[in-house]
Design a protein around this ligand. Sequence first.
Ligand SMILES: Nc1ncnc2c1ncn2[C@@H]1O[C@H](COP(=O)(O)OP(=O)(O)O)[C@@H](O)[C@H]1O
Ligand SMILES: [Mg+2]
Length: 246
Amino acid sequence: MNYLKRIRLARSIVEDFDTYPFCLPLIRSLSTVEFDSSVTFFVGANGAGKSTLLEAIAVALGFNAEGGSRNFHFTTRASHSHLHAYLDIARGTRKPRTGYFLRAESFFNVATEVDQLGSDIIAGAYGGRSLHEQSHGESFLTLMVERFTSNGLYLLDEPEAALSPTSQLAALARIHNLVSQGSQFLIATHSPILMAYPGATIYACERTGISRVAYQDTEHYRTTRDFLQAPEQFLRELLNADSPGV
Ligand SMILES: Nc1ncnc2c1ncn2[C@@H]1O[C@H](COP(=O)(O)OP(=O)(O)O)[C@@H](O)[C@H]1O
Ligand SMILES: [Mg+2]
């Protein structure tokens, strides 16, 4: 049973579909998105609007736009989009006990904020070491293992940015562990490893809108598979096509 069941863009109150974020093809065509699995992935091209959408969902749920738990209120940049104000949120009957919004882009600022919470909280919920004293990947995994707990709602934007393939597998195992303890995840990702999570819903974010896609049909899976099956041939075709004179 999910904490977040559905979002809907209240299209009738959007004043102007020609300004950001409503002008993005993804948002222009957005109506309803259902969350019927414990893990939902948003995948799609760079610039499609995945971060814009995930951030709006996070803010609508009460998270800080730049990341952290619902108790974080810091800001380091001017503004986030107003999309959150136009989203109707359908919640489940259970409330999450905890939650976190994490974006790779602003992880540094979240770590700084955690430092300011003081050593007691770092010792209790963050593994006892400043996140700044760990590598990006180490601190990301520390957060997932120490701070993410059961019955939580977690929104992650490109968590793979910090993680080696082996660490991505460790993250998958931790996600599985937390899902079995009643947690829900929404994850924007380009990682063909993360999006392989069994039973997940994968939403392809495209100019034409958001639609469900099977893992094996994602561009990420297909391109990675084709590349790894024959890297030399793949590169020969790619590079020759780009520079026919060579
Ligand atoms: N504050 C902003 N004002 C105007 N355009 C923005 C703003 N933030 C992002 N964009 C644009 O919106 C598009 C979608 O961005 P984003 O949601 O970050 O995409 P994704 O996460 O899918 O790569 C990009 O083309 C980006 O340049
Ligand atoms: Mg993004």
